[in-house]
Design a protein around this ligand. Sequence first.
Ligand code: SF4
Length: 352
Amino acid sequence: MCATKTVDVEATVAQTNLLWESGAGVVRIAVDNLNEVAALAKVRDCTTANLSVDLQENYRLALKVAPLVDKIRYNPGHLYHFEPERAWQDKVRMIADTAGENDCAIRIGVNCGSVDPAKLEKYVPADSITPMLESALEHSEFLDSLGFTHFCVSLKDSHPAKVVEANRRFARERPDVPLHLGVTEAGMPPEGIVKTQVAFEQLISQGIGDTIRVSLTVPNNRKHEEIAAGRKILDDIEASRFLGQDSLSTGGLNIISCPSCSRVENASFVELAEKVRKMTEYAANQPFTIAVMGCRVNGPGETDDADLGLWCGANRVNLKRGGQSLGKYTYDEILHRLRKELDSMIASGNRG
Ligand code: SF4
């Protein structure tokens, strides 16, 4: 996925082509407004890459982007925010009709941090997998009912074991639907690659999964490392070189961070994630999860399950302990504040 600002056409074309030349089968670009649609049209003219668009809340942009791309990814959990009075079925019907008219595929992209709120209420916190599964199955059945067959599904979580369980359960129910595999917010290499490989090897070795994405928190000029990592994982699985569950550090500090995309509000985000990793080395044995996210679109929701969460705005970083907000801090202040909170958690033994 491109992490450049979509409106920066030159940078987005360069990154798209680099990903494509590095072996990506499809390059995804985020589009949230009409300026980005206009930029996408220019990118389309400058690359032969297969393009997928990442739609968030404004599903109506499908009308504008479908003629420009090969695939539309929509997130069922984001269809509730924009025009909430309109049923999700109407919105998906519009996306599917538009995709059909433009010979576009669809990915139903279900993500642990942004699941349909009604389903979350039913199951969370006891069970975070069933809401994702129900959402994916429900949307698949709805596309079936429309006669739209050109779709795949993804069920992504930041925890490899949950990715394995969610995808296994979906594959059992709907073996006919192609699955796109990914561990979301896997974090920085090498840990992010290990988490991803451990999940993929358990699925792909059982014949589950049709396409993959490796999500890594790396600077823009290193995004193509995701492709190399993905190709190597596939080679390792083919040669039965498995890492196994034991290669995941269990019980110690877990840092998750998003792979960044055009929605990142401050380019210092990746550097901050690196600094958080370094600063927290002293707490490596502590059983906490720290999440570092790059924007306000997914940051607030996707830090909810972490003990400590940081989501980055343009000038301030929002700090959370579990679901509770602890305020906003400048990029210079945040590490000190985070350390204070981590120390207090260690001293009290209480999670976020
Ligand atoms: S959290 Fe925001 S910046 Fe990070 S990948 Fe998700 S949408 Fe992009």
